[in-house]
Write a protein that binds this ligand. Structure first.
Ligand SMILES: NC(=O)c1ccc[n+]([C@@H]2O[C@H](COP(=O)([O-])OP(=O)(O)OC[C@H]3O[C@@H](n4cnc5c(N)ncnc54)[C@H](OP(=O)(O)O)[C@@H]3O)[C@@H](O)[C@H]2O)c1
Length: 263
């Protein structure tokens, strides 16, 4: 059982991640005191959706033990500088950003004032508020920071792990597993539309392929003509493919990894 987290938490940036995280805290019995977005209107709207906490001013963050900075990556440093000018008891506070591509250094204006700084990067696509709350349980979260953040992750139903140093490479892995994977699936979507078959047929296939990889391994779950040596089938794919260069590149990759893994 994860330890009891007695922290008062505030959030700057109640957008996709911030509002879902706030609600998740509330649903797991953690005190969310409130937060703000870039305008009063959007802050009020977010607090209504979260159904807890209140709109805070930057000065009122002093009442929090921990502040999540959930603004767009490009705005984190600007917010960190603004926070560092506040008259806070920094030595008693932790400031955490949620970006997978930035390290701790982006929050250094705060640590220079004595505040603790950390990173908490959920590997989850925050597409929609309700979707996030219904599906986030079991997602992994990359953490760099104090032990209590690992406990918090567990309390929220997440699986924490320590973030590696090379954030550029780490985040590349994340986008290849989400946005870029979906951009690949936009090809079968195009085919489904053209042929008048349900796109869900291909999406279900993709879901089961991932399930296979989770159950066994990626290598053991690869099926297809490259595994059977059906070269005529591959020829037909290339004749029908709207992007044969991409297909050939992926074919080369699949053959390389199968060879390397002696499949
Ligand atoms: N989206 C994901 O799936 C995902 C997953 C993991 C990690 N992350 C990370 O989470 C962080 C937030 O991403 P997001 O997708 O939640 O972004 P988002 O939906 O665009 O939300 C950003 C929020 O920041 C607010 N904001 C911007 N500038 C501000 C300022 N100066 N002061 C106060 N609030 C400000 C915005 O206010 P308004 O509402 O008024 O515009 C908005 O509410 C990023 O670091 C991102 O890399 C995102």
């Amino acid at each position: 059982m994860a330890e009891n987290i007695r922290k008062k938490i505030a959030i700057i940036g109640l957008g996709r991640v911030g509002s879902s995280l706030a609600r998740l805290l509330v649903e797991n019995g953690i005190e969310f005191i409130g937060g703000f977005s870039s305008t009063v209107e959007s802050s009020v709207k977010a607090i209504k959706k979260i159904q807890a906490g209140r709109v805070l001013s930057i000065e009122e963050l002093k009442d929090a033990d921990a502040v999540f900075v959930c603004v767009q990556d490009r705005n984190i440093e600007k917010i960190a500088k603004k926070i560092s000018f506040q008259d806070f008891a920094f030595e008693n506070m932790t400031f955490i950003h949620c970006s997978g591509s930035y390290g701790l250094d982006v929050l250094s204006p705060i640590s220079e004032k004595g505040g603790e700084i950390a990173v908490f990067h959920p590997l989850f696509p925050f597409i929609d508020f309700e979707f996030s709350l219904a599906n986030i349980r079991g997602a992994y979260v990359g953490v760099e920071g104090p032990e209590w953040l690992y406990s918090l992750a567990k309390r929220l139903g997440l699986v924490p792990f320590s973030l590696p140093k090379n954030r550029g490479k780490y985040h590349l892995g994340a986008v290849l597993s989400s946005g870029l994977l979906l951009s690949l699936l936009s090809y079968p979507e195009e085919i489904a539309k053209e042929l008048g078959i349900p796109v869900e047929a291909y999406l279900k296939l993709a879901e089961n392929a991932i399930k296979g990889a989770m159950n066994f391994s990626i290598m053991d779950s690869i099926t297809g003509p490259w595994k059977r040596g059906d070269d005529e089938v591959i020829k037909k794919h290339l004749e029908n493919c709207s992007d044969p260069i991409l297909y050939s590149r992926l074919l080369r990759r699949i053959r390389e990894v199968l060879r390397e893994n002696k499949h």
